[in-house]
Design a protein around this ligand. Sequence first.
Ligand SMILES: Cc1cc2nc3c(=O)[nH]c(=O)nc-3n(C[C@H](O)[C@H](O)[C@H](O)COP(=O)(O)O)c2cc1C
Length: 458
Amino acid sequence: MRIIGGDVWPNGHPRQADTLRNMTTTANHVNQSQSESDSGELPDLAGKHLVLGLSGGIACYKAAELCRALIKAGATVQVVMTEAAGQFITPVTMQALSGRPVHTSQWDNRSAGGVANNMAHINLSREADAILIAPCSADFMAKLLHGRADDLLSLMCLARPAGKVPLLLAPAMNREMYAHPATQRNLAQLQSDGATVFGVGAGFQACGETGDGRMLEPEQLLEDIVAFFAPKVLAGQRVLVTAGPTYEAIDPVRGITNLSSGKMGFAIARAAREAGAEVTLVAGPVSLGTPRGVTRIDVKSAQNMLEAVVLLVPSASIFVATAAVADWRPAAPSDKKIKKNGSGHAPSLEFTENVDILATIAQSATGQSGALFCVGFAAESHDLHENAQAKRLRKKVPLLIGNIGPDTFGRNHNTLLLVDAQGSIALPRASKLSLARRLVGEIAARRVASISSPQEKS
Ligand SMILES: Cc1cc2nc3c(=O)[nH]c(=O)nc-3n(C[C@H](O)[C@H](O)[C@H](O)COP(=O)(O)O)c2cc1C
């Protein structure tokens, strides 16, 4: 058995090296974020240094929360503000939150980046892993588009080494400003110039109008930024994930379900999207938020889940069956509530076996041809290795993931055993998101191998 440990991402993501580089200069922030993360895992942005640029918009109030979220996620943050941004939030607030002096002027002769050469626009951008403009005003986009450089932030964006320091934009403005052809033209051109433009939210705006143009919420931006830095090991793949329990109705008010929370499957969907895949998530009845950028389809029963999966499989290249699907359903659910009748006799229920979704898909022509790489999950109570290997062979899937049911249902952490034709790999106890990222790396490696030698699938 191989055991994978440590805190690197799959396929050599250089997070540890980055972390060591920054630890020497940012001990306070790294310590703070480590103490806030669970089970000693490195936080998502450990080792990343971001320049957070604020331009003039109401959404500057969200930039304060975003700054905190970035630091909590392990990043170090250098704030640079336009003059207009200073009308909406003070540099003092941003300095207190980032723990670093805020830069606002290209004429400020304070040492920046440890070099006292009066060139903050050069020094600040050279140390950054990315420049994030949040909020990015319509005016600032227009400036970027034309390569203008009459204030520190625009000057820094223009002077950054574009091949090394990506530019990330989080637009924020009134709905009419956002919809204006000039803004849309600028957004498209900035993207083709290499900038990454995050989406906008819809809803009530500070001006009193309702529509598109709100800056994304800090936690949404954080998820997008983490995804931006993730290695794109699943680029070009279309991943279909099932998650959660199913609910088999007995009557209109009662049913049979299980304690699966959906957390493992949702984490896999998020990790696959971070890795560059187009992801569809078929979710049983759970109360979890949809990961950013993932298409979600809610279903209730095993039959509903099967129907959704059968429809979606033809456009998928990887199928990860994480859902804890009920094996049986009541044979004849009542259309009225089954009531006590005073006889003291409990009703007896007859059951019908549900179709095995994973086996059906894995043993279909698509599954067996190698066009679809199938991954199954087994929730066991004992003899994990033997049970997982037996289930893998029975279902005819190239990769099966074993976990202990009571140790995973509803929990934020888990332990996984990956079983394939070569043997098994144990992923020690970690957060489900961390395990999902490692699993995605393992799936990506096997997917590539299965395309080059399809006969070795099982
Ligand atoms: C109260 C108020 C709110 C504003 N909110 C926004 C906004 O949300 N988005 C935007 O693009 N511009 C907004 N503006 C206009 C910008 O602040 C203005 O275009 C400014 O010149 C931008 O400067 P900068 O891009 O250098 O930061 C607002 C202006 C005012 C007076």
